[in-house]
Ligand binder design. Structure first.
Ligand SMILES: Nc1ncnc2c1ncn2[C@@H]1O[C@H](COP(=O)(O)OP(=O)(O)O)[C@@H](O)[C@H]1O
Ligand SMILES: [Mg+2]
Length: 391
């Protein structure tokens, strides 16, 4: 289907927005959409999902059931997605009945690490050095050429550090290759980075561009743990990161929201680690700390509306709440909510498993150091208090 949405022909409040995927990103999108007066239909293989709980309609079907996918797409005015592992065939099927934003081609490129890194490198953008690996022999050659340590990652289906292994010596190649057990992988140089940064951007159908950050990110067990905005970096790094992000949007032709994850090397160089064509965990702090949050920008961008201001209202820090916080029973929410400049967000997930993203806390303060201390202290208070309350 040709894409009729534009600034001259926007999708207005009252229309129905379709979301593929039903996790917390879809939930926060749906909340923003409903606040703006839209209806939301969500499609995923699950039911009573974080998104389904706040949507107008939750459709439970397999992503490869293209009859149901087509029916879903016929019932909405535009389709977006909240995670990059939606099969390309699913978005293609949607696009026969409804515009898909960002376009199917963007999803196709960014859902495979090899395609993504090759595209970005060929576009002249700075990426982590990498080689494609399809066999143990290729892995050994790659390690001999690029050296150790190195990171071996599955080309498809990686998230939150899943499907990757650090290789510290040539001897470890064989077990790393068999442990990954996939036909296509990417071998990256291990970057001894100074810090990790992200820039979340939004681009409208007329090319208008708004960005957030850079946001400073720290990970724990390869999962995002704490983000601060603005990141503690120089103006030069800030400008550079935003310019690279803008270039990614232009080269990929993104209409919608996309996040670029960066490594900042010890010599001050920015390298793209990966991109995600959707709102990002590090951008959750925009809900409370910015004039327009990343989810509202997603709604505005895919509907052809003017984007909102991305201005910072306050320095902020976000701490993720993983299932581990539930280890000793239901956390004591009042312990965190005693901090007056702190916001609690929970995603409505029924089961708290270790490593599962259940919610987040965002603290606002006069500077990011105070905000980070508050977010961490509030999260610690939840954990300490956990044993006092029953399940
Ligand atoms: N080449 C690398 N060098 C150093 N650390 C890395 C490298 N690749 C990944 N990591 C670490 O693992 C984290 C998760 O990896 P990433 O490629 O972003 O995968 P995911 O899709 O799981 O987010 C990164 O944020 C970083 O902390
Ligand atoms: Mg990542």
């Amino acid at each position: 289907m040709s894409d009729p949405i534009s600034r001259n022909n926007p999708i207005l409040p009252g229309a129905t927005l379709g979301m593929l995927g039903s996790g917390q990103l879809g939930r926060m999108f749906a909340i923003a959409a409903r606040r703006l007066g839209y209806r939301v239909h969500v499609f995923s293989p699950d039911c009573n999902t974080p998104t389904g709980q706040v949507a107008d309609l939750e459709i439970q079907a397999d992503y490869l059931d293209l009859d149901r996918v087509s029916e879903f797409a016929r019932g909405v005015d535009v389709v977006s997605y909240e995670f990059e592992n939606v099969p390309a065939g699913t978005t293609e099927a949607c696009s026969r009945f409804s515009p898909v934003r960002p376009a199917c081609s963007v999803l196709f490129t960014s859902q495979n690490r090899l395609r993504e890194k090759t595209f970005l490198r060929d576009a002249g953008l700075p990426v982590t050095p990498f080689v494609a690996v399809r066999s143990l022999a290729e892995l050994v050659t790659g390690l001999e050429r690029n050296g150790v340590p190195a990171v071996l990652k599955t080309a498809d289906w990686g998230y939150d550090g899943k499907g990757q292994v650090v290789i510290r010596s040539l001897d470890a190649a064989s077990s790393a290759w068999s442990g990954l057990n996939v036909p296509h992988a990417i071998l990256e140089s291990f970057i001894d980075f100074d810090s990790e940064l992200s820039v979340v951007g939004a681009r409208g159908s007329d090319g208008e561009f708004v960005s957030y950050g850079p946001i400073g990110n720290s990970h724990s067990n390869h999962i995002l743990d704490v983000s601060v905005c603005p990141a503690r970096v120089s103006d030069r790094v800030t400008e550079n990161a935003i310019e690279i992000t803008r270039a990614v949007f232009e080269k990929l032709g993104v209409v919608g929201v996309l996040c670029v994850e960066f490594f900042l090397t010890k010599s001050g160089e920015l390298l793209i680690n990966e991109t995600a064509p959707r709102p990002h965990n590090s951008g959750h702090l925009t809900i409370d700390a910015h004039v327009t949050c990343q989810f509202e920008q997603q709604v505005r961008a895919i509907c052809g509306l003017p984007l909102g201001s991305g201005a910072l209202r306050s320095p902020s820090a976000m701490a993720n709440l993983l299932g581990d916080v539930w280890e000793s029973g239901q956390p004591d929410w009042t312990a965190a909510l005693k901090y007056p400049d702190l916001k609690l967000h929970l995603y409505g997930k029924q089961e708290a498993r270790a490593g599962r993203k259940m919610g987040h806390l965002t603290a606002l303060a006069e500077n990011v150091d105070v905000a980070e201390r508050t977010a961490r202290a509030a999260r610690d208070a939840l954990r300490r208090a956990g044993f006092q309350t029953q399940k």
